[in-house]
Write a protein that binds this ligand. Structure first.
Ligand SMILES: Cc1cc2nc3c(=O)[nH]c(=O)nc-3n(C[C@H](O)[C@H](O)[C@H](O)COP(=O)(O)OP(=O)(O)OC[C@H]3O[C@@H](n4cnc5c(N)ncnc54)[C@H](O)[C@@H]3O)c2cc1C
Length: 304
């Protein structure tokens, strides 16, 4: 029996955990991979306050994890498969069959990369198709790669990949990018980055590994081939909510709907960070919502 179970050990989950364990509330974070979440995909975080020279995503993750453990927080490695409700108790079931009973759940399971859902994507994942430039970029030293997407992450990844690759094609479906202006400028000034707009990827082709992309021009619908050694998909995020089985209210894309206390439609279940419907998906907002969820979860426990 745990007072609070937090699903996901990214910045939202760790911030909630730090607040609760510092207040001596027994708290367990269940994390399926490694604490840090999407921060681990970021080489250098420059917009998190307190680090004037930036901080690596790995170091910031480790610092938050240490702070949580220092106050007595516990971490369990495992993937949540289901949440069951029995009277006032909540049961969290893991994929390995283990079950945990708790009073309060904080869902901080974040989001994952959207798939393009084109032919060849699944087949070549790990064989030239990647969803993480930080993890796989170094495999493409002096090669030619493509990044698919037009947001901040896509541009950041293209810039990062230009440290390794000879040439980085940035493919986006519209003739304008969504990314922040200063990032666009940085990419435009980078001789190794070439923009391919407005194009979509129709298919990823190769024999043993990725060799080329079939692209379609969105203005005249012409089809072309682009020879590359790897393709990084950076086409947005989808919320990690498969384990909810429809028990919580979400928007049409699956992001959980919460109020300003981070309460969901079920008493004792809170949600925070990238898994909720909101306007800004950043580390600082995830941490702030984690703290708010923890604060109101603690008040809820006091009244049980
Ligand atoms: C490439 C990239 C670069 C970015 N750069 C920046 C930046 O420079 N500055 C900035 O402020 N933000 C940046 N962001 C955004 C930022 O990383 C996110 O807003 C933030 O990490 C969200 O935190 P979170 O805790 O809500 O979710 P996440 O970081 O996604 O963490 C969720 C955690 O939950 C775990 N999880 C999911 N499902 C389950 C399950 N069923 N069972 C157990 N565990 C589960 C996941 O493994 C993960 O560790 C970037 C994002 C990306 C992808």
């Amino acid at each position: 029996m745990r007072k609070v179970i937090i699903i996901g050990g990214g910045p939202a989950g760790l911030s909630a955990g730090i607040f609760l364990s510092r207040d001596k509330i027994p708290t367990l974070i269940i994390e399926k991979f490694s604490c840090g979440g999407n921060m681990l995909l970021t080489e250098n975080i420059e917009n998190y306050p307190g680090f004037p020279d930036g901080i690596s995503g790995f170091e910031l993750s480790e610092n938050m994890k240490k702070q949580f453990i220092k106050f007595g927080g516990k971490i369990k490695n495992g993937e949540v498969e289901k949440i069951k409700l029995e009277d006032d108790k909540k049961i969290v079931k893991l994929k390995n069959g283990e079950e945990f009973i708790t009073d309060v759940i904080i869902i901080a399971s974040g989001s994952s990369r959207k798939k393009l859902n084109v032919k060849g994507e699944k087949e070549f994942t790990g064989k030239g198709v990647s969803y993480c430039a930080i993890c796989d970029g170094a495999f493409f030293k002096e090669k030619e790669v493509a990044v698919v997407g037009g947001g901040d992450s896509a541009i950041e990844e293209a810039i990062y990949l230009s440290n390794f690759a000879n040439l980085v094609y940035l493919i986006h479906r519209r003739d304008r990018l969504r990314a922040k202006k200063y990032l666009q400028k940085e990419a435009q000034n980078n001789e190794k980055i070439k923009f391919i707009l407005p194009y979509i990827v129709k298919e990823i082709k190769g024999k043993e590994k990725v060799e080329y992309l079939i692209l379609q021009n969105m203005s005249n619908h012409n089809i072309t081939e682009l020879k590359i050694d790897g393709v990084f998909i950076s086409a947005g995020q989808v919320p990690n909510t498969e384990f909810l089985n429809g028990i919580l209210k979400t928007d049409e894309k699956g992001f959980i709907i919460v109020n300003e206390r981070m309460e969901t439609n079920i008493k004792g279940i809170y949600a925070c960070g990238d898994v909720i419907k909101k306007l800004l998906y950043q580390i600082i907002t995830a941490c702030s919502e984690g703290m708010i969820a923890a604060y109101f979860a603690e008040k809820y426990i006091e009244n049980l």
